[in-house]
Design a protein around this ligand. Structure first.
Ligand code: FMN
Length: 180
């Protein structure tokens, strides 16, 4: 798996910490991993955690100094697979509209890589017709999905919106990069 390259995009969900174990499992398999974060993701997990796990700088801003080239196009070209984990309702909506107003959305728009979305949100956010419409648009556009599943939610209720299990996310990533 040494030649496989996965770019994670972490967004502002309570489930953000779950990305750490998935990155660790990929690193054990010698997959090359990079990470970028939305500004709201910084409220849930630190760039230091992700840079320690990936061994690389974590990109956050469109106008960051890149190691080489332009930051958004370098990251876009790096990836065999982009994994948005967790994917918030907001980020899903912005992807469905083709926004490029921050680093992660610009990278995804500029990339030819497959994109795997791992949604995590409150059940009512998930069931909202706008979210469902956005998910349908992305599915029809060719985005891959893992989850969400039914489970205990951060708001205290049980419902669909819980992030998929670590095992199923890892399996899906390995399948997608195996075919890359
Ligand atoms: C404690 C807390 C937990 C949140 N968890 C989620 C979540 O799991 N899923 C989600 O879609 N939004 C969640 N939000 C709302 C997002 O952080 C908010 O919509 C934000 O604008 C997302 O920004 P981003 O998509 O650019 O990261 C949460 C907000 C707070 C304050």
């Amino acid at each position: 798996m040494k030649d496989r390259r996965v770019l994670f995009c972490v967004t502002g969900s309570i489930a953000a910490y779950r990305v750490c174990d998935v990155i660790s499992e990929l690193r054990k398999r010698e997959v090359q991993v990079r990470a970028m974060m939305t500004r709201h993701a910084l409220e849930f997990i630190t760039p230091l955690t992700l840079s320690s796990l990936t061994g690389h700088k974590v990109y956050r801003e469109l106008f960051d100094e890149p190691e080489e080239g332009l930051v958004h196009t370098s990251l876009a070209d790096f990836a065999d697979l982009i994994v948005v984990m967790p994917a918030t309702a907001n980020f899903i909506a912005r992807l469905a509209c083709g926004f490029a107003d921050d680093l992660p959305s610009s990278v995804i728009l500029a990339s030819r890589a497959k994109v795997l979305l791992v949604p995590a949100m409150n059940d009512q956010m998930y069931q909202n017709p706008m979210t469902q419409k956005n998910l349908k648009t992305l599915r029809e556009t060719g985005f891959e999905f893992e989850g969400p599943i039914e489970g205990h939610l951060a708001c205290g209720r049980r419902g669909v919106g819980h992030i998929a299990s670590q095992e199923s996310i890892l399996r899906k990533i390995l399948t997608l990069i195996g075919n890359a």
